[in-house]
Design a protein around this ligand. Sequence first.
Ligand code: C5P
Length: 426
Amino acid sequence: MTKAKHILLIIGGGIAAYKSSELIRLIKKSGMTVRCVLTASGAQFVTPMTLAALSENEVHTTLWSLKDETEMGHIQLSREADLVVVCPATANLLAKMAGGIADDLATTLLLATDTQVLAVPAMNVRMWDHPATQRNIEQLRADGLVVMPPDEGDMACGEFGPGRLPEPPAVMAEILRHLGGPNKSSALIGENELGRNPLEGQPAFAPDQHRPLHGKHVLITAGPTREPIDPVRYIANRSSGRQGFAIAAAAAEAGAQVTLVAGPVHLPTPAGVMRVDVETALEMEAAVLDALPSDIAIMVAAVADWRADSRAEQKIKKQKSDALAPLAPLALVENPDILAGLAKHEQRPGLLIGFAAETEKIEEHARAKLAKKGCDWIVANDVSGDVMGGAENSVHIVTAGGTEIWERLPKPEVARRLVAKIIEEI
Ligand code: C5P
């Protein structure tokens, strides 16, 4: 039998620290082992006793423990892990990590480790938005750490926005992704010892009656892509990911196994959905191909058409005379068209649906896109108003058989109707 994967979980301070208990439970349930390091501020929110009981391992809180130094050097703590997870990662902890400060056990381990680190931030929305935090995150990503985007929503402090800790199942999916767990294809889901079957625990309804997409793998892309120019700048767009996430939720409700390949967005993962976070179009393409085979694919993402030819290692400096001068030599290359590639792929999904953002001649443009991309349906959004990033959508569904027009509807309603139409079709 292969050795169980091992996680070192560093728990920072903050109200979200209580969610670490649920994360430990999920890690253990997946067959991995976990050892916890609790920072001094983390210990204000959860106790070492709780973490020790759940992890079934000793909890480490201080750099100055003689016992640890004789039995296991603190450096060894991080070296024995297959993945180091910092959850919750506070603004303070991220700042120390970005600055290479090592003034307690957690930060010393993080500086000493050569293992991949996954940071899961949680903080007040203004702290998240602060240029210092954003700068630190860019730095950590440039250093090779993975920083999950926080969820958006009501916060314990009474404010609203990005900064909430992602739900433990989403963190678990990210852990599995880094340890080569499943979520590659429906065939793998449920078979891997590290795996989590998104249908696990769902009642065994008669598939045709209550869960019409039972047994189908639905692959969805959502959100924007982010194409780096240098460590602090990127090309992106205003897509919020809401429509794609709503479709993923509706497909999962209908019983499908759903893989959601998401660009950088601040949205919680819908229940029962396997999420794969990506940043760039190339990463999105790789994740989509990795997720094949699928029965149905719905490409909702607003993929950047272009990316910088090469990413500058250092921040491109402004020149005094002309602020745009340093960006002038910026060469762009075309990104692959993921949808068109899927249409020609030998494992082409049985039903392939594309989206199109149009501001005029919606049906005409959508029909041309249907032919050009080789997909079965185009869902054309009228983006002349505030659709991009907004809560509602007004769409034309263009197929070989004709066109349906759905006047302005909330995005979850568009999602439900689209899934109902898919169910009719298959
Ligand atoms: O060509 P356009 O960007 O308007 O096409 C939109 C559709 O194509 C969407 O379904 C989008 O997800 C998909 N697309 C893609 N890869 C690209 C560009 C668009 O999959 N590089």
